[in-house]
Design a protein around this ligand. Structure first.
Ligand code: PEP
Ligand code: MN
Length: 321
């Protein structure tokens, strides 16, 4: 059970005191507002006591439009959402080159990992807060929005200080403690599909965020694990369509992590647009061969520009039909 309270809601303390008195444990997340995830058993007696004090439902503090930052832009179905940038922020020169180029292409969302979930412990782990600062600085140069991953609850305040959209990575889609905590901030959450998650599990994960009062969610299909070794993951086009049917959130496709190889990124991204995706996420690097992470799947700036032109044309064509 998740309950949420506005920062100024005095009933929050009453609720917490009551849980303490009942000996029920809970997990508290306090960012923009307060989210309480009740960890104890809600027996009929407890339910009655909550009822008698007026705590029947999670008291949702849904974000007002003005508090959701760029979310309205992401929900604008008259335009194709494009989120692009390097896998990881590596240094100022790398990010500046990408940001400047993306700005010239009219891309509004700059991505880049500052905290990287790497398979190998000795791989580059990201620049951390220094990466966040570079993202903010480069995005501000061009009036862009920052999309970056938050890997753990302990990073939420830091990431939210610099980012406009917080990304939950595929490996963390099942991290219910993190998802619950993200319900208490007033920034959009880009929720990637777990690489072995069903559509139902993906949408259920989104509910952990929305129940806390943050329904500014973007779903991102990034490919699922299959038996095929030649591609990293298999982009699930049907999942994009079904996620749109079964939720009201924008659904975008990350063609880069699905493909795992540069030559498949453009065709997969175009297939997703043709299938009706609300946007695409693409990894771009000024010099892919030197990338510190996901080098094989990064597009050059020129390859990205060519893809973007085709994706926009396809999107316009789709809208005209
Ligand atoms: C990423 O977008 O940088 C990333 C790590 O993707 P995923 O979580 O989909 O693997
Ligand atoms: Mn990557």
């Amino acid at each position: 059970m998740i309950y949420s309270f506005a920062a100024a809601d005095l009933r929050k303390q009453e609720f917490i005191t009551m849980l303490d008195q009942l000996g029920i444990d809970y997990e508290l997340s306090e960012h923009n507002h307060t989210v309480v995830r009740v960890l104890g058993r809600i027996t009929p007696e407890v339910r009655e006591q909550l009822h008698n004090r007026g705590f029947d439902h999670a008291s949702l503090t849904l974000q007002r439009p003005g508090e959701r930052g760029c979310y309205d832009l992401l929900c604008d179905r008259s335009r194709l959402n494009v989120i692009a940038g390097p896998c990881a922020v590596e240094d100022e020169a790398q990010l500046a080159a990408v940001a400047e180029f993306l700005h010239r292409c009219d891309v509004r969302f700059l991505r880049g990992g500052a905290y990287k979930p790497r398979t190998q412990v000795d791989s580059f782990q990201g620049l951390g807060v220094n990466g966040l600062k570079l993202l903010r600085a480069q995005a501000d140069r061009f009036g862009m929005f920052v999309v970056t991953e938050v890997m753990d609850r302990s990073q939420i305040d830091t990431v939210a200080e610099y980012a406009d959209v917080l990304q939950v990575g595929s490996r963390n889609m099942f991290n219910y403690t993190l998802l619950t905590a993200l319900g208490s901030i007033n920034k959009p959450i880009l929720l990637k599909r777990g690489m072995a998650a069903t559509i139902r599990e993906w949408l259920a994960a989104a509910e952990y965020i929305s129940r806390g009062g943050n329904n500014a969610i973007i779903l991102c299909e990034r490919g699922v694990r299959t038996f095929e070794p030649e591609i990293a993951h298999t982009l699930d086009l049907a999942a994009i369509i079904l996620a749109q049917q079964q939720s009201s959130y924008p659904v975008i496709a990350d063609a880069s992590h699905a493909a795992g190889r540069a030559d498949l990124v453009a065709p997969l991204a175009l297939a997703a647009v043709a299938a009706g995706a609300d946007g695409i996420m693409i990894e771009v690097h000024p010099e892919p061969a030197t990338a510190l992470s996901d080098a094989r799947q990064a597009l050059t700036l020129a390859q990205f520009a060519a893809l973007l032109e085709r994706a926009q044309a396809l999107f316009q064509n789709r809208r005209a039909q």
